[in-house]
Ligand binder design. Structure first.
Ligand SMILES: Cc1cc2nc3c(=O)[nH]c(=O)nc-3n(C[C@H](O)[C@H](O)[C@H](O)COP(=O)(O)O)c2cc1C
Length: 131
């Protein structure tokens, strides 16, 4: 992707108001040319959002790693929280993935959620520390 930070900024500019309106929350990770995203909220709203995102030409080979009902939100404080993982985070990814090799599109739902919630927790702590 030509300019990933600009693309992510652009995605967030439309995601945040759209998601807030739809009562959708979530997390978007970028790393090594991949996006990993969690969306949560009312079933139909999440499906509508996902259909729109999947049709976006700014990414290709979109894969749904999992979908499930849950009793509580994991990313409730963010209309869309974004985090960029750098090559320096590689060791963390390997540990979280549990296989010594990080292949995002082969992640299980549980591993993807664990990764996203772990990063969200770090993000929340950093945000609180900055206040
Ligand atoms: C990786 C990725 C994630 C996205 N996530 C969202 C999202 O959570 N919510 C959303 O409304 N749009 C998201 N988008 C953008 C949509 O594909 C689409 O461009 C946007 O919803 C159009 O909204 P607008 O007409 O209000 O600009 C995402 C795009 C990409 C490439």
């Amino acid at each position: 992707m030509a300019d990933l930070p600009a693309t992510v900024a652009d995605v967030l500019r439309s995601s945040r108001p759209n998601n807030a309106r739809a009562n959708v929350t979530g997390m978007l990770l970028t790393f090594g040319g991949f996006f990993l995203q969690a969306l949560e909220g009312p079933d139909e709203r999440v499906r509508t959002t996902l259909r729109r995102v999947a049709a976006d030409p700014r990414h290709t080979e979109v894969k749904l790693l999992g979908a499930d009902f849950c009793s509580a939100r994991a990313f409730g404080r963010w209309a869309m929280c974004a985090n960029d993982l750098s090559a320096a985070d590689d060791d963390i990814l390997k540990v979280l993935d549990g296989r010594g090799e990080f292949v995002p599109y082969q992640m299980t739902t549980a591993a993807a959620l664990k990764l996203l919630t772990s990063i969200a927790a770090i993000h929340a702590r950093q945000t609180e520390a900055a206040v």
